[in-house]
Write a protein that binds this ligand. Structure first.
Ligand code: NAD
Length: 267
């Protein structure tokens, strides 16, 4: 049994993760952490997740539950995640990170922990999205140099704070890498006013924020006469939560290293 703690347990993903751990025969819910000072401290995490009492009280710090868990699942915010990563490295824990929106310096800081603990870091934990990344590699190799324009379009709910989504950026990176392009050089994140005709090598991004959309991503390969679209649509956060619990069980048996969802799924 993998003993899992969830930080940000009162959040949208946190509550869904409680459900996913409860449904998993190989995992047990060992703790939940809310923001320090939260009015939800001490609440039963099962009740926060709409499951009724589970006998696990929401703590305000990782210190308070340090002896109870083996793997931490963290879907919070970049600064919080980096502090939790340091805690896990110092206390012999493992970590699964789903937080997105880390900037370059924060990614470099995260990379610095690669040899200090086993961690899975993935901007999207869904099995379907990770398979989609493989399909994109194949499509980009076959089409990229044949005059196809590549655009990434994503849509998320109105509460999402980072843009484009971590998944959209990952899709752009996979396509760019498959084509020997650099996303920093060829990524176009905004088109306003007289921006001129399209550079054939650019990889464009468009973002929709509206209502309660859980997460939709399309990569379009368009040329004169035809258009191919590879689309993934998530209809429930449970797909990310189940992937994260699977990653937690997997990382419990790994050596130190930074792993991706592709490693977890053997893709
Ligand atoms: P949310 O705002 O609903 O939840 C975040 C929670 O973290 C909040 O409850 C907040 O109180 C808590 N928190 C903040 N600081 C804390 C601290 N110091 N200690 C403990 N808890 C703290 O957001 P969300 O929709 O659940 O998304 C969270 C993150 O997960 C975002 O970065 C989002 O993009 C990412 N996400 C990733 C995936 C994936 O598959 N990798 C899927 C969905 C969302």
């Amino acid at each position: 049994m993998t003993r899992i703690a969830i930080v940000g347990v009162a959040g949208r993903m946190g509550r869904t993760l409680v459900n996913a751990v409860q449904q998993d025969d190989g995992a047990t819910l060992a703790g939940g952490v809310v923001e320090p000072g939260s009015s939800l401290a001490g609440a039963d995490v099962g009740e926060l997740a709409g499951l009724g009492k589970l006998g696990v009280a929401a703590a305000e710090s990782l210190e308070a539950i340090v002896d109870d868990f083996d793997v931490l699942i963290d879907f919070t915010a970049p600064r919080v995640t980096l502090a939790n990563l340091a805690f896990c490295a110092d206390h012999g824990k493992r970590i699964v990170i789903g937080t997105t929106g880390l900037d370059e310096a924060q990614i470099a800081e995260l990379d610095g922990y690669g040899d200090k603990l086993p961690m899975v870091f993935a901007p999207n934990m869904s099995v379907g999205v990770n398979l989609t990344l493989k399909l994109l590699e194949t499509a980009a190799r076959a089409l990229g140099d044949e005059g196809y324009d590549i655009e990434v379009i994503e849509a998320h709910h109105r509460h999402k704070v980072d843009s484009p989504s971590g998944t959209a950026l990952k899709m752009g990176e996979v396509v760019a890498e498959s084509l020997g392009r650099n996303l920093k050089e060829h990524g176009v994140f905004e088109r306003v006013g007289q921006c001129g005709p399209r550079d054939p090598k650019e990889i464009g991004f468009a973002t929709v924020r509206a209502g309660d959309i859980v997460g939709e991503h399309t990569v379009m390969f368009a040329t004169e006469g035809e258009r191919i679209e590879i689309t993934h649509k998530a209809s429930s956060r449970m797909t990310f939560a189940k992937g994260a619990v699977r990653a937690a069980r997997w990382v419990a048996g790994q050596d130190n290293g930074r792993y991706a969802m592709q490693d977890v799924l053997g893709l």
